[in-house]
Design a protein around this ligand. Structure first.
Ligand code: SF4
Length: 209
């Protein structure tokens, strides 16, 4: 990564962490993926039940593989036939791993969901939520974050899932009501009532989309 961008991210991350603190959420900064993995594993006690909601960023830093191979009760919803049981187990997990579709520089997290299993578990249920967020997700404000979440993250996720929506033909959000839309529920996390529940590791890298 260009050294000027590295420096910019180093500075911006401190602003984001300050914003998170003002919202009763914890922020941490990792200089690279390896440091992010080490930090995340230090935050997850061995023996914990852990699950996740489609967090590409957690895969990209090697966290999912480390948890599957480590001394954890990893609830792998992709491997479970009973998706409803997987969803209900997630609400009672010790740790829920997530990324966000976008985040503001003052610490607001924005997420869009189709089935809402991810946004509902972020909102309540799991004792701790651990976000892994690349600095590429940071936007100026909530408007910018909503635009990123819809025009970048959602459009890319639709391609990933092979769904049939207008954005797969145009490459940008067409504000559809297609039966295949994944833009059903929007969660803006601006404050946590519960100290220590929401934790964000910002990573100086481009993670997810
Ligand atoms: S609202 Fe429709 S067109 Fe827009 S990103 Fe979502 S699925 Fe694509």
């Amino acid at each position: 990564m260009n050294q000027n961008i590295v420096k910019r991210n180093d500075l911006l991350a401190q602003t984001v962490i300050k914003g998170l603190k003002s919202r009763n959420m914890n922020g941490y900064y990792a200089h690279d993926k390896e440091e992010a993995l080490k930090m995340a594993l230090e935050m997850i006690e061995e023996g914990s039940s852990v699950t996740m909601g489609g967090a590409m960023s957690a895969h990209e830093i090697g966290l999912v593989e480390a948890l599957k191979n480590g001394n954890y009760n990893f609830i792998d919803r992709d491997a479970m036939e009973d998706k409803r049981a997987a969803m209900l187990a997630a609400y009672d997990a010790d740790v829920f791993l997530a990324s966000c579709n976008a985040m503001t520089q003052d610490g607001v997290l924005v997420n869009i969901d189709g089935n809402a299993n991810r946004v509902s578990a972020i909102a309540q249920g799991p004792k701790k939520v651990l976000f892994i967020v690349g600095m590429n997700k940071i936007c100026d404000d909530v408007d910018g974050a909503m635009k990123r979440a819809r025009s970048v993250a959602a459009v890319t996720n639709v391609q990933r899932f092979g769904l049939s929506t207008p954005c797969t033909k145009t490459g940008t959000c067409m504000n559809c009501k297609s039966p295949d839309t994944i833009c059903c529920q929007f969660l803006i996390t601006r404050f946590s009532r519960h100290a220590g529940r929401i934790n964000v590791i910002l990573v100086n890298d481009n993670l997810g989309f």
